[in-house]
Design a binder for this molecule. Sequence first.
Ligand code: PLP
Length: 424
Amino acid sequence: MKLSSLKLFEEAKRYLPKGVNSPVRYFDPYPIIVESATGPLITDLDGRIYIDYIMGYGANLFGHSPQWLINAISESIENGITYGLTSRLEIEAARAISETVPGVDKLRMVNSGAEATLHAIRLARAYTGRRYIVKFRGCYHGAHDYVLVEPGSGAIGKPKSPGVLEDASRSTLVGDYNDIEGIEKIMRKHGDEVAAIILEPIAANMGVIPPNIEFLKACRELASRYGSILIFDEIVTGLRIAPGGAQEYFGIEADLVTLGKAMGSGVPVGVYGGRKDIMQLVAPEGPFYQASTFGGNAIASAAIVATIEHVRRYGNKIYGKLSRIASEIEAEAERIAERYGIELTVNRFEGLIQIFMTKHKVTDYTSALASDTGKYMRLHRELLKRGILIPPSQYESWFPSYAHTGENLSETLYALRESLRSLA
Ligand SMILES: Cc1ncc(COP(=O)(O)O)c(C=O)c1O
């Protein structure tokens, strides 16, 4: 790192906790400092260019700042940003979401994923008049009290965060991902008091863990049987797995769905929506109070409209491309591992991929935690040296984008080969 970066990072630490605005951004010995980003590339302060697989942790489905997004945002700003009133653009965005995401009769736009899950959970409580929610160990739904119980992502392995009231944690029951008997047991015991079952339909915050479809069906069936609300947290999978997310992919409909990330192509957005009879409770239509100054602002609305338009235009080409990139990375990692006797397991679901540093299968939280995170950090560092940027934590997904080129992929595979070899 050049002196300028080091100096700036020291300054970052003066103003921001450990120099970052979100914990997973920090990595040893110091994170890179971004100067700019475009398409599949990030340029740091020292002029080094990286092929980016962090991609705003899934927000940039089309890469950084595609021209059509710049145009849509610029045009929207000309007419004001935040009105405190409903706008034409906002209605267009809501219509586009409702037409694209299964079961979303009505929706509310907020500003982040955490807000979306916070309100969806409280709405489920309001609708059912019940206390408990059920989540799954290692699933991450944002950093708020209801769900900071055995979470994934940067808080994985830390079952509790200081500051969360005991009462809030006690109202959250925790099952194991992909464990059908486990969720059946929880629902047999507490089902009549469970307001909601919330899950990532494809787990992407303890690395990538594909769901057993029977597990998803069991969650659907149990929620219906006990009168609980099924919430699919599609903040990662929405638009990324199919236009209608995992609901469309698996043909399983939730009662409420939460969206964010790719929906705004990098512009902060959050959405919760679903069945009309539940959403009718939201104020001012109903008594469930939720409000926000910036919800549905013009920049977010323009980004949503433009993003969905592009998803519709390029359709299967997008999903084919993301899967192809991820499957080539998977094949190369497995080939090199076999050749050099490196213990690793690649988990991939379409375009979501993570390399776990363990020879054992990774199907849930416990098996994910058993992988060698130190070795993953070394892989991260080796790839970084070779101009490839992957998430610095084992417990995230790599995010290929529609902007990655064949040349980017060839460079990535070469760097992966060399990096893995250096770990052997
Ligand atoms: C599945 C899931 N839900 C919710 C969130 C929280 O979203 P945000 O960081 O926008 O608050 C995340 C963020 O990583 C996520 O991956």
